[in-house]
Write a protein that binds this ligand. Sequence first.
Ligand SMILES: *Cc1c(COP(=O)(O)O)cnc(C)c1O
Length: 349
Amino acid sequence: MFNLENIIRENIKSLKPYSSARDEFHGEAGIFLDANENSLGSSVGNYHRYPDPMQLSVKQKIADIKSVTTPQIFLGNGSDECIDILFRCFCRPGRQNVIICPPTYGMYEVSAGINDVEVRRAPLNASLDLEIELIKSKVDADTRLIFICSPNNPTGNILNREVISELLQSFNGLVVVDEAYIDFAGDEGWLPSINNYPNLVVLQTFSKAWGLAALRMGMAFASPEIIQVMNKVKPPYNINGASQEIVSKALKDQAAVNERIDILCIERERLAASLAQLEVIEAICPSAANFLLVEVNEGDIYSKLVAHGIVARDRTSVMNGGYWLRITVGAPQENDRLIEVLQKIKNQH
Ligand SMILES: *Cc1c(COP(=O)(O)O)cnc(C)c1O
């Protein structure tokens, strides 16, 4: 049986979190002399006060859009901070382990390395999907987190729902479903299930569909009990005031976001169809994200693209044979140019 108490690190259980000036005062006041801020302000805007450490105003808007409650939301300085905080809350360094399903997002392993936590690999199968028995065979009493990226980066596919559901039911640690690309998938993903599984953590981000990568804001959704542990560990002011302000503004116009998502999904299909016509392309993975993983017929396509001013991501090293590029779906003219350049590259043969 999953029991949250059994997986929280002992030092975190007994931790007395930092209590900031803004945590300790609740109420109305006109004169703030509690936080050693600069009472005269700054020359670039209204940023002289520390921001809300619990980001309640942003969280309320997210809660409305996502149909969750604010105690089910944790905000990180990018999803990358959410990932790191999960390690720090639940994995004892040098002792406990996590499972990843490569090829997948690189930060799980980096974050594990930083936290001195063992990574166990249960690679995706030939259909680039989860292999339930393999994953289960890697689990032991010290396994704390299983990272599932869906749609997966770099393969672009949604991973098997039944397998994830079986893991949620059988695993006594947390199943972390990273949905950075879910808005491009036309799939409700796992967020509507957070009330059904006490060990489910869903990660989403403002970096992709919302077009706000520079602001660094990621979301973790889970039970209020899990979120409370994460809140205890986070730096008090991990989300800066400017980001809270601008994300709040973006959240008021979901229609504009949906419009861009629609365009990018149309472009994804158009790009895939055009790429399929090209001699240099061996295979295209069906994608539910805003990128395409493609197999190319030679290893130096990457540098040939660079020579034409186009940067794709070389993913050859994470695949089992063949030459692979992960190509982000660009703006329409960028995609046109990419196709044009790839055609030119072919003609040079
Ligand atoms: C891009 C991406 C993220 C986003 O990370 P941020 O820190 O929120 O920018 C998270 N997970 C995956 C799989 C990604 O590809």
